[in-house]
Design a protein around this ligand. Sequence first.
Ligand code: RIB
Ligand code: CA
Length: 327
Amino acid sequence: MNTKQKVIIDCDPGIDDSLALMYALSSKELDVMAITIVCGNVPVELGVQNAFKVLQLMDRLDIKVYAGETKPLVREFVSAQDTHGMDGLGETYIEAPKGYAAEEISASEYIEQTLKLNDDISIIALGPLTNLAKVVQQDKYALKNVVRLVSMGGNYKSFGNCSPVAEYNYWCDPDAAKIVYENFAFLGKKIEMVGLDVTRDIVLTPSILSYLKRINKEKGSFVEKIVQFYFDFHWEYEKIIGCVINDPLAVAYFVDPTLCNGIEAYTTVETEGLCLGQTIVDAMGFWKKDSNAVICTSVYSTYFMEEFVYRIFGGNRKEIHSMLAQL
Ligand code: RIB
Ligand code: CA
Protein backbone atom coordinates (compact mmCIF):
# COMPACT_ATOMS: atom_id res chain seq x y z
CA MET A 1 0.00 0.00 0.00
CA ASN A 2 1.61 3.24 -1.15
CA THR A 3 1.90 5.66 1.75
CA LYS A 4 0.89 9.27 1.15
CA GLN A 5 3.65 11.78 0.36
CA LYS A 6 3.88 14.42 3.10
CA VAL A 7 4.01 17.94 1.68
CA ILE A 8 4.12 21.50 2.91
CA ILE A 9 2.65 23.88 0.34
CA ASP A 10 4.24 27.34 0.41
CA CYS A 11 2.09 29.71 -1.63
CA ASP A 12 0.71 33.20 -2.27
CA PRO A 13 -3.00 32.66 -2.97
CA GLY A 14 -3.72 34.04 -5.58
CA ILE A 15 -6.04 32.56 -8.14
CA ASP A 16 -3.85 29.82 -9.58
CA ASP A 17 -2.48 29.01 -6.11
CA SER A 18 -6.08 28.38 -5.06
CA LEU A 19 -6.58 25.98 -7.96
CA ALA A 20 -3.31 24.30 -6.97
CA LEU A 21 -4.53 23.87 -3.39
CA MET A 22 -7.76 22.34 -4.75
CA TYR A 23 -5.68 19.92 -6.82
CA ALA A 24 -3.46 18.97 -3.87
CA LEU A 25 -6.42 18.47 -1.53
CA SER A 26 -8.11 16.28 -4.15
CA SER A 27 -5.05 14.05 -4.61
CA LYS A 28 -5.08 10.88 -2.52
CA GLU A 29 -1.30 10.56 -2.99
CA LEU A 30 -0.67 13.65 -0.85
CA ASP A 31 -0.81 14.34 2.87
CA VAL A 32 -0.89 18.16 3.02
CA MET A 33 0.80 18.80 6.39
CA ALA A 34 0.30 22.58 6.35
CA ILE A 35 0.00 25.62 4.15
CA THR A 36 2.58 28.40 4.55
CA ILE A 37 1.89 31.81 3.08
CA VAL A 38 4.42 34.17 1.50
CA CYS A 39 4.05 37.74 0.22
CA GLY A 40 3.58 37.64 -3.53
CA ASN A 41 0.36 37.91 -5.47
CA VAL A 42 -1.11 39.58 -2.40
CA PRO A 43 0.16 40.73 1.01
CA VAL A 44 0.53 37.83 3.48
CA GLU A 45 -2.56 38.64 5.52
CA LEU A 46 -4.77 38.40 2.42
CA GLY A 47 -3.02 35.19 1.39
CA VAL A 48 -3.84 33.68 4.79
CA GLN A 49 -7.52 34.60 4.44
CA ASN A 50 -7.66 33.21 0.89
CA ALA A 51 -6.09 29.95 2.00
CA PHE A 52 -8.86 29.55 4.58
CA LYS A 53 -11.48 30.25 1.89
CA VAL A 54 -10.13 27.38 -0.20
CA LEU A 55 -9.82 25.08 2.85
CA GLN A 56 -13.48 25.81 3.63
CA LEU A 57 -14.54 24.99 0.06
CA MET A 58 -12.58 21.73 0.23
CA ASP A 59 -13.84 20.92 3.74
CA ARG A 60 -10.28 20.83 5.06
CA LEU A 61 -10.25 23.52 7.72
CA ASP A 62 -8.32 20.99 9.83
CA ILE A 63 -5.17 22.00 7.94
CA LYS A 64 -3.06 24.64 9.70
CA VAL A 65 -1.96 27.85 7.97
CA TYR A 66 1.26 29.72 8.83
CA ALA A 67 1.93 33.34 7.91
CA GLY A 68 5.35 34.02 6.38
CA GLU A 69 7.43 36.93 5.24
CA THR A 70 5.65 40.21 4.60
CA LYS A 71 8.29 41.54 2.21
CA PRO A 72 11.15 40.29 0.00
CA LEU A 73 14.63 39.96 1.51
CA VAL A 74 16.06 43.05 -0.17
CA ARG A 75 13.70 44.53 -2.77
CA GLU A 76 10.57 46.52 -2.03
CA PHE A 77 7.46 44.32 -2.12
CA VAL A 78 5.58 44.49 -5.43
CA SER A 79 2.37 42.44 -5.41
CA ALA A 80 0.55 40.99 -8.42
CA GLN A 81 -2.82 42.40 -7.43
CA ASP A 82 -3.11 43.84 -10.92
CA THR A 83 -3.37 40.24 -12.09
CA HIS A 84 -5.17 38.51 -9.21
CA GLY A 85 -7.35 41.41 -7.99
CA MET A 86 -7.00 43.48 -4.84
CA ASP A 87 -8.35 40.59 -2.72
CA GLY A 88 -6.22 38.01 -4.56
CA LEU A 89 -9.26 36.06 -5.76
CA GLY A 90 -10.40 38.13 -8.70
CA GLU A 91 -12.10 40.79 -6.52
CA THR A 92 -14.86 38.35 -5.59
CA TYR A 93 -14.46 39.36 -1.91
CA ILE A 94 -15.68 35.95 -0.81
CA GLU A 95 -16.15 35.88 2.96
CA ALA A 96 -13.44 33.99 4.88
CA PRO A 97 -14.60 31.42 7.46
CA LYS A 98 -14.95 33.00 10.89
CA GLY A 99 -12.72 32.00 13.79
CA TYR A 100 -9.75 30.86 11.72
CA ALA A 101 -6.36 32.52 11.87
CA ALA A 102 -2.74 31.76 11.12
CA GLU A 103 -0.75 29.87 13.74
CA GLU A 104 1.44 31.68 16.26
CA ILE A 105 4.85 30.72 14.86
CA SER A 106 5.98 32.03 11.47
CA ALA A 107 6.14 30.01 8.27
CA SER A 108 9.93 29.82 8.30
CA GLU A 109 9.99 28.71 11.95
CA TYR A 110 7.40 26.01 11.19
CA ILE A 111 9.28 24.79 8.10
CA GLU A 112 12.66 24.76 9.88
CA GLN A 113 11.31 22.92 12.94
CA THR A 114 9.35 20.41 10.87
CA LEU A 115 12.23 19.57 8.53
CA LYS A 116 14.60 19.10 11.49
CA LEU A 117 12.23 16.60 13.10
CA ASN A 118 11.19 14.67 9.93
CA ASP A 119 13.07 13.26 6.95
CA ASP A 120 10.02 12.35 4.85
CA ILE A 121 8.64 15.78 3.96
CA SER A 122 8.63 17.62 0.63
CA ILE A 123 7.86 21.22 -0.20
CA ILE A 124 5.82 22.51 -3.10
CA ALA A 125 6.58 26.23 -3.49
CA LEU A 126 4.07 28.20 -5.55
CA GLY A 127 5.17 31.75 -4.80
CA PRO A 128 8.32 33.79 -4.24
CA LEU A 129 10.95 31.80 -2.28
CA THR A 130 11.24 34.31 0.57
CA ASN A 131 10.05 31.92 3.31
CA LEU A 132 12.47 29.22 2.17
CA ALA A 133 15.34 31.69 1.97
CA LYS A 134 14.61 32.68 5.58
CA VAL A 135 14.86 29.00 6.53
CA VAL A 136 18.29 28.85 4.86
CA GLN A 137 19.37 32.03 6.67
CA GLN A 138 18.20 30.51 9.97
CA ASP A 139 20.13 27.29 9.30
CA LYS A 140 21.81 26.49 5.97
CA TYR A 141 21.49 22.75 6.68
CA ALA A 142 17.76 22.96 7.42
CA LEU A 143 16.73 21.97 3.86
CA LYS A 144 19.07 18.95 3.92
CA ASN A 145 16.22 16.65 4.96
CA VAL A 146 13.69 17.82 2.40
CA VAL A 147 12.75 14.92 0.14
CA ARG A 148 11.78 17.04 -2.89
CA LEU A 149 11.43 20.76 -3.51
CA VAL A 150 9.22 21.59 -6.49
CA SER A 151 9.09 25.31 -7.29
CA MET A 152 6.63 26.93 -9.67
CA GLY A 153 8.78 29.76 -10.89
CA GLY A 154 11.41 30.85 -13.31
CA ASN A 155 11.76 30.49 -17.05
CA TYR A 156 14.43 28.88 -19.22
CA LYS A 157 13.71 29.59 -22.90
CA SER A 158 10.29 31.13 -22.41
CA PHE A 159 9.87 34.91 -22.26
CA GLY A 160 9.06 36.43 -18.88
CA ASN A 161 5.69 37.53 -17.51
CA CYS A 162 6.76 40.59 -15.56
CA SER A 163 9.77 41.66 -17.60
CA PRO A 164 11.08 40.44 -20.96
CA VAL A 165 13.26 37.92 -19.11
CA ALA A 166 11.78 37.34 -15.64
CA GLU A 167 8.95 35.30 -14.15
CA TYR A 168 7.02 36.89 -11.27
CA ASN A 169 7.92 34.58 -8.35
CA TYR A 170 11.67 34.90 -8.97
CA TRP A 171 11.39 38.59 -9.96
CA CYS A 172 9.41 39.50 -6.82
CA ASP A 173 12.26 38.20 -4.63
CA PRO A 174 15.33 37.37 -6.73
CA ASP A 175 17.65 37.39 -3.70
CA ALA A 176 15.57 34.68 -2.05
CA ALA A 177 15.49 32.59 -5.22
CA LYS A 178 19.29 32.89 -5.57
CA ILE A 179 19.84 31.89 -1.93
CA VAL A 180 17.61 28.81 -2.24
CA TYR A 181 19.09 27.65 -5.54
CA GLU A 182 22.65 28.16 -4.33
CA ASN A 183 21.88 26.46 -1.00
CA PHE A 184 20.64 23.44 -2.94
CA ALA A 185 23.93 23.46 -4.83
CA PHE A 186 25.77 23.58 -1.48
CA LEU A 187 23.68 20.65 -0.17
CA GLY A 188 24.19 18.71 -3.40
CA LYS A 189 20.45 18.57 -4.00
CA LYS A 190 18.24 19.49 -6.98
CA ILE A 191 15.24 21.80 -7.10
CA GLU A 192 12.58 20.79 -9.62
CA MET A 193 11.67 24.00 -11.46
CA VAL A 194 8.22 24.10 -13.06
CA GLY A 195 8.57 27.34 -14.95
CA LEU A 196 6.87 29.29 -17.69
CA ASP A 197 8.40 26.98 -20.33
CA VAL A 198 5.78 24.40 -19.34
CA THR A 199 3.04 26.33 -17.50
CA ARG A 200 2.30 28.51 -20.52
CA ASP A 201 0.89 25.36 -22.15
CA ILE A 202 -1.69 25.01 -19.36
CA VAL A 203 -4.67 27.19 -20.31
CA LEU A 204 -8.04 27.02 -18.59
CA THR A 205 -10.47 27.99 -21.36
CA PRO A 206 -14.12 29.11 -21.20
CA SER A 207 -15.13 25.75 -22.73
CA ILE A 208 -13.38 23.75 -20.03
CA LEU A 209 -14.81 26.09 -17.41
CA SER A 210 -18.37 25.51 -18.64
CA TYR A 211 -17.75 21.73 -18.46
CA LEU A 212 -16.46 22.04 -14.88
CA LYS A 213 -19.68 23.76 -13.85
CA ARG A 214 -21.76 21.00 -15.42
CA ILE A 215 -19.99 18.18 -13.59
CA ASN A 216 -19.51 19.94 -10.25
CA LYS A 217 -21.69 22.99 -9.70
CA GLU A 218 -20.23 24.08 -6.36
CA LYS A 219 -16.53 23.86 -7.24
CA GLY A 220 -17.10 24.85 -10.86
CA SER A 221 -18.98 28.00 -9.84
CA PHE A 222 -16.21 28.90 -7.35
CA VAL A 223 -13.60 28.60 -10.10
CA GLU A 224 -15.78 30.57 -12.54
CA LYS A 225 -16.09 33.39 -10.00
CA ILE A 226 -12.39 33.70 -9.20
CA VAL A 227 -11.04 33.40 -12.76
CA GLN A 228 -13.10 36.13 -14.50
CA PHE A 229 -10.64 38.86 -13.43
CA TYR A 230 -7.76 36.58 -14.54
CA PHE A 231 -9.45 35.96 -17.92
CA ASP A 232 -9.73 39.71 -18.48
CA PHE A 233 -6.07 40.22 -17.55
CA HIS A 234 -4.96 37.49 -19.94
CA TRP A 235 -7.00 38.92 -22.83
CA GLU A 236 -5.76 42.47 -22.18
CA TYR A 237 -2.05 41.65 -21.87
CA GLU A 238 -1.50 38.46 -23.85
CA LYS A 239 -4.63 38.17 -26.02
CA ILE A 240 -5.31 34.74 -24.50
CA ILE A 241 -8.93 33.53 -24.30
CA GLY A 242 -8.89 31.94 -20.86
CA CYS A 243 -6.04 31.97 -18.37
CA VAL A 244 -2.71 30.28 -17.82
CA ILE A 245 -2.93 28.29 -14.58
CA ASN A 246 0.69 27.91 -13.51
CA ASP A 247 0.54 26.57 -9.96
CA PRO A 248 -1.67 23.50 -10.39
CA LEU A 249 0.91 22.08 -12.81
CA ALA A 250 3.57 22.20 -10.08
CA VAL A 251 1.32 20.13 -7.80
CA ALA A 252 0.37 17.72 -10.59
CA TYR A 253 4.04 17.31 -11.54
CA PHE A 254 4.92 16.62 -7.90
CA VAL A 255 2.31 13.85 -7.85
CA ASP A 256 3.36 12.47 -11.26
CA PRO A 257 6.76 13.62 -12.56
CA THR A 258 6.12 11.86 -15.89
CA LEU A 259 3.90 14.85 -16.75
CA CYS A 260 6.98 16.85 -17.73
CA ASN A 261 10.32 16.21 -19.36
CA GLY A 262 13.33 18.33 -18.49
CA ILE A 263 17.07 18.84 -18.21
CA GLU A 264 19.45 18.98 -15.27
CA ALA A 265 21.61 22.08 -15.02
CA TYR A 266 23.31 24.43 -12.60
CA THR A 267 20.82 27.26 -12.15
CA THR A 268 20.83 30.57 -10.35
CA VAL A 269 18.91 33.86 -10.47
CA GLU A 270 20.05 37.38 -11.40
CA THR A 271 19.56 39.77 -8.48
CA GLU A 272 20.27 43.16 -10.04
CA GLY A 273 20.18 45.31 -13.16
CA LEU A 274 18.13 45.16 -16.31
CA CYS A 275 17.69 41.37 -16.12
CA LEU A 276 16.75 41.30 -12.42
CA GLY A 277 14.89 38.07 -11.60
CA GLN A 278 16.07 36.24 -14.73
CA THR A 279 16.63 32.52 -14.26
CA ILE A 280 20.12 31.65 -15.46
CA VAL A 281 20.20 28.00 -16.61
CA ASP A 282 23.73 26.82 -17.44
CA ALA A 283 22.49 24.06 -19.74
CA MET A 284 25.83 23.83 -21.60
CA GLY A 285 27.95 23.63 -18.45
CA PHE A 286 30.04 26.74 -19.12
CA TRP A 287 30.61 27.24 -15.40
CA LYS A 288 31.47 23.57 -14.77
CA LYS A 289 29.28 23.51 -11.63
CA ASP A 290 27.29 20.46 -10.51
CA SER A 291 23.61 20.75 -11.43
CA ASN A 292 21.30 21.94 -8.64
CA ALA A 293 18.08 21.91 -10.64
CA VAL A 294 15.82 19.88 -12.90
CA ILE A 295 14.32 22.36 -15.38
CA CYS A 296 11.01 21.24 -16.86
CA THR A 297 11.05 21.91 -20.60
CA SER A 298 7.97 20.11 -21.97
CA VAL A 299 4.61 18.99 -20.62
CA TYR A 300 1.82 16.59 -21.58
CA SER A 301 -0.76 19.36 -21.27
CA THR A 302 -3.84 17.32 -22.21
CA TYR A 303 -2.91 14.64 -19.68
CA PHE A 304 -2.55 17.39 -17.06
CA MET A 305 -5.96 18.86 -17.89
CA GLU A 306 -7.62 15.43 -17.69
CA GLU A 307 -6.13 14.92 -14.24
CA PHE A 308 -7.06 18.49 -13.18
CA VAL A 309 -10.69 18.03 -14.19
CA TYR A 310 -11.13 14.47 -12.91
CA ARG A 311 -9.36 14.85 -9.56
CA ILE A 312 -11.00 18.11 -8.50
CA PHE A 313 -14.39 18.01 -10.18
CA GLY A 314 -15.03 14.29 -10.67
CA GLY A 315 -17.00 13.04 -13.64
CA ASN A 316 -16.07 10.27 -16.06
CA ARG A 317 -12.51 9.97 -17.43
CA LYS A 318 -13.66 8.82 -20.89
CA GLU A 319 -16.12 11.73 -21.15
CA ILE A 320 -13.42 14.18 -19.96
CA HIS A 321 -11.00 12.79 -22.52
CA SER A 322 -13.48 13.18 -25.38
CA MET A 323 -14.52 16.67 -24.18
CA LEU A 324 -10.90 17.83 -24.19
CA ALA A 325 -10.32 16.21 -27.57
CA GLN A 326 -13.07 18.43 -29.04
CA LEU A 327 -11.29 21.62 -27.96
O1 RIB B 1 4.51 33.71 -12.59
C1 RIB B 1 3.44 32.95 -12.15
C2 RIB B 1 3.53 32.71 -10.68
O2 RIB B 1 3.51 33.97 -9.98
C3 RIB B 1 2.34 31.93 -10.12
O3 RIB B 1 2.74 31.19 -9.01
C4 RIB B 1 1.38 33.01 -9.70
O4 RIB B 1 0.48 32.59 -8.68
C5 RIB B 1 2.35 34.04 -9.15
O5 RIB B 1 2.68 33.66 -7.82
CA1 CA C 1 1.62 31.54 -6.89
